[in-house]
Design a protein around this ligand. Structure first.
Ligand SMILES: Nc1ncnc2c1ncn2[C@@H]1O[C@H](COP(=O)(O)OP(=O)(O)OP(=O)(O)O)[C@@H](O)[C@H]1O
Length: 245
């Protein structure tokens, strides 16, 4: 996953990520959100520091996926504030939010969300291509990322030809290809066998071990046990928090 030489965002432009080491990677402060009349988050505060792996756990419907979408700026909360890579999302329009995500955040959503009919190599290369990388260096980085998740040689495959586990691995490759400082991942290893899950989790955790951050939604206690901190959401509030290491 080499950094293309032409990928040098201006640090001062709107949506640009601040320099490394400049405080928490994401901060949610008293965030609330409801879908129509269904409350999903009711005043949640949470931060992920550089170098930290945080597991978000709790019962189904507790608000985990909603929190991840809010943290990513994909969903605007109805109350509270979100700072992503040092930027207050309330002050950013849709285009600068998208630019901020592309430059510093890798996102794995629950169902992979690969682009139908697009060969995997190009799907995984998308974050680099959208940032202006030339096609061939982006494809080279994408092939390297695919190899890291165990999908070497599958660059020409399309999503319809993949197993659920392969699609999940590809989504992780796409999230990591641009070397993000923060990864937000919703059940990223749920479709994998235990050994495959461990390998992919190792890769995700390595982002934090290099000084980035990982916020990981999981129902799996063994996966949560890899985190530095566990935050349990239930009924849209933080029901429990534990430092694991
Ligand atoms: N798009 C939506 N429209 C309406 N209600 C929604 C929507 N998404 C989530 N909800 C509701 O918001 C609440 C929180 O859902 P959310 O998906 O965030 O929980 P979760 O903890 O991620 O659940 P799971 O573990 O099952 O994925 C639930 O009551 C859910 O039914």
């Amino acid at each position: 996953m080499s950094e293309p030489a032409d990928r040098q965002p201006a640090e001062t432009s709107p949506g640009a990520a601040p320099p490394a080491g400049a405080g928490p990677l994401v901060v949610l402060d008293a965030v609330a959100h409801a879908y129509a009349r269904t409350p999903a988050l009711r005043g949640v505060s949470l931060a992920v520091a550089p170098g930290e792996v945080v597991a978000l756990t709790g019962p189904s419907g507790g608000g985990k996926s909603t929190l991840l979408h809010v943290a990513a700026g994909l969903l605007a909360p109805q109350a509270g504030r979100v700072r992503l890579l040092g930027q207050d999302l309330a002050g950013l329009g849709e285009a600068p939010r998208a630019a901020l995500r592309r430059r510093g955040v890798g996102i794995v959503l629950q169902y992979g969300q690969l682009v139908p009919d697009l060969p995997l190599v190009d799907d995984v290369a998308l974050p680099l291509l959208l940032e202006g990388s030339a096609l061939e260096p982006a494809r080279t980085a994408a092939r390297e990322a695919l190899a890291l998740v165990g999908l070497e040689g599958l660059g020409d495959a399309v999503p319809a030809g993949l197993s659920g586990g392969q699609a999940q691995r590809a989504a992780v490759a796409r999230a990591l290809v641009a070397q993000p400082r923060l990864v937000l991942a919703d059940e990223p290893v749920a479709s994998l066998d235990p050994e495959g899950g461990r390998q992919v989790l190792d890769l995700l955790v390595s982002v934090a071990r290099r000084g980035g951050g990982l916020l990981l939604v999981t129902h799996d206690n063994a996966v949560a046990a890899r985190a530095d901190r566990e935050v349990r959401l239930s009924g849209g509030v933080v029901a429990h928090e534990a430092v694991l290491r």
